[in-house]
Design a protein. Structure first.
Length: 189
């Protein structure tokens, strides 16, 4: 647990500190408190595939929702930081997962209608099977892309690796590190 907490803190600090060190004078702290801040709320349905590293767990098809806003804590000078909150669930042969995660991504415009980015994730996942359930904290890294469609709609994709604590159900410890490939369809308000 201690090592997981330290690694998560290091990932988050690196995601913030590296860009800050490049152009510290043009970054804004707490842009939510300044005139002109726009949340740019977006909501998306999410689905994809998730492969757990543990051989005892099959490939899952997680589905869920994601809500994102422009970061209220930091504003970058040349790109956008999107704070994403997601909920994903899956059920494969009675093995169920429910994941709640925070995924801030540094998003860069790469073409007129295309942005791409990267960022960490931190979350909590509940795992359950016929023998019982347990909850684990998770952290990870991901890359994402987004294509703007007409009428404020968008298509997105994300690949993420998630490291999880071991969970224990009925006295048996199991790992749940996983890799995911997700697609998104959403609307930006």
């Amino acid at each position: 647990m201690k090592r997981t907490t330290l690694l998560t803190a290091a990932l988050l600090a690196t995601t913030i500190a590296l860009p800050l060190s490049v152009q510290a004078e043009s970054w804004q702290v707490l842009p939510v408190m300044k005139p002109g801040y726009k949340t740019d709320v977006a909501v998306a349905v999410v689905g994809g595939v998730m492969q757990a590293k543990d051989d005892n767990v099959d490939v899952f098809s997680p589905v869920g929702v994601e809500v994102s806003i422009n970061c209220p804590l930091l504003k970058a000078p040349n790109h956008t930081i999107r704070q994403r909150v997601s909920y994903l669930q899956s059920d494969k042969h009675g093995f169920k997962t429910q994941a709640f995660e925070l995924n801030p991504h540094h998003m860069y415009k790469v073409a007129p209608k295309v942005t791409a980015g990267f960022g960490p994730s931190i979350g909590y996942t509940k795992v359950e099977n016929a023998a019982g359930d347990d909850g684990v904290f998770t952290f990870g890294l991901g890359v994402s892309g987004r294509y703007e469609l007409p009428n404020n709609m968008f298509l997105g994709a994300e690949a993420r690796f998630v490291k999880a604590q071991e969970f224990e159900i009925a006295g048996k410890k199991t790992g749940f590190d996983n890799a995911r490939a997700l697609v998104k369809f959403g609307y930006q308000f």
